[in-house]
Design a protein. Structure first.
Length: 77
C-alpha cells in the first residue's frame, strides 16, 4: 500500500511539473542597420569581392549562394 501511494505521488509530481513550463517565443534578430550594410568585420568573415553597403551586390551574392547550393554538402554513400 505504501509503495502504491509513493508511486502515485511521484506520477502526480511529474504530471504537474509539465504545467510549470514558461511560454517560449521567438525574438528574432534585432539590428538597426540593413543586412547589406555589413558588420565591419575583417575578411575571413566576408565574401570575397563583396562591397559593403551595396544592396544590389549583396542580393547578387545571395543568389549565387542559393544557386550553388549553400550548405549542400556531398553525401558519402
Amino acid at each position: 500500500m505504501k509503495t502504491v501511494l509513493i508511486l502515485s505521488a511521484a506520477v502526480a509530481a511529474f504530471a504537474l511539473a509539465g504545467c510549470a513550463e514558461r511560454e517560449q517565443t521567438a525574438s528574432g534578430i534585432k539590428s538597426d542597420a540593413a543586412p547589406w550594410q555589413g558588420t565591419n568585420k575583417q575578411p575571413p568573415f566576408m565574401a570575397a569581392g563583396w562591397k559593403q553597403g551595396d544592396k544590389a551586390d549583396w542580393e547578387s551574392k545571395l543568389k549565387v549562394r542559393t544557386v550553388n547550393g549553400q550548405n549542400d554538402y556531398v553525401k558519402v554513400p
